[in-house]
Design a protein around this ligand. Sequence first.
Ligand code: DAK
Length: 257
Amino acid sequence: MSYENILTRSEGRVGVIQFNRPKALNALSPALMGETMAALEAFDKDEEVGAIVITGSARAFAAGADIKEMAHASVVDMLGNPFIDYWDRLRRVSKPVVAAVSGFALGGGCELALACDLIVASETAQFGQPEINLGVIPGAGGTQRMTRAVGKALAMEIVLNDRRLTAVEALHYGLVNRVVPVELYLEEAIKLAQAIAERAPVAVRLAKEAINAVYEMPLQAGLAHERRLFYMLFATADQKEGMDAFVNKRPANWQGK
Ligand code: DAK
């Protein structure tokens, strides 16, 4: 499938999606978001792909939703916009998604990165929720995911007063997995995604589901959910293979079954 706002490719078992609106600093227009979701879902279905990387350019991961397209919208326009559905679809992707972030990750760009499962940041990455400057607030999880990640005090500064986090600060607060020089961020993200993609696919999928359940469930329910997923894996060929490989001191050959 060909797209106008993104580029896609596969590297090994990794599907790579790259935003391609450089003149608008990869602003997340509805068209770009629609294509991104279509590409994510296509990679999610593709058995040759085990993990997905989303990236932008060295200058900008994404500078937020497209302000020019939103500027004159009414509340009814916003309510009817497929934009909201795109963000819900992102949460339903079952394979791990790694954000490779460099430069601006602002507003919806920051929220999109936070909605991914892992983040590899370049030293120039800058995370922020500047919506307050536009007379609005974050609308795609910025008040929720950011607060869970960095705590209330700092989230208040970020959302109420446009405090930006450097890559090193983001690492310190546990927002990102690692920070690397700008020349390496995409390569590192693909390497990390490839390493995960080589692991037992069903276990990876259920592990992601179990960790994300932390945000939805109280501890007792989360523990019970985790246990059910754990038991479920004993119905897979990969559990038999993984444990047999350990016992017989050989590498496992995962089938994803
Ligand atoms: N939208 C549209 N165009 C943008 C843009 C954006 N967010 N950000 C940058 N651009 C465009 C600029 O207009 C400029 O275009 P031209 O004027 O050349 O045509 C070009 O990109 C280069 O930008 P600058 O000339 O401004 O470049 P600088 O290096 O001087 O500044 C900057 C870079 C990133 C600091 C600055 O561009 C900036 O402040 N951008 C806006 C950042 C921002 O406020 N982001 C938050 C947007 S609101 C929701 C889902 C999502 C959202 C809401 C709801 N639901 C599911 C309900 C998300 C909302 C947002 O993200």
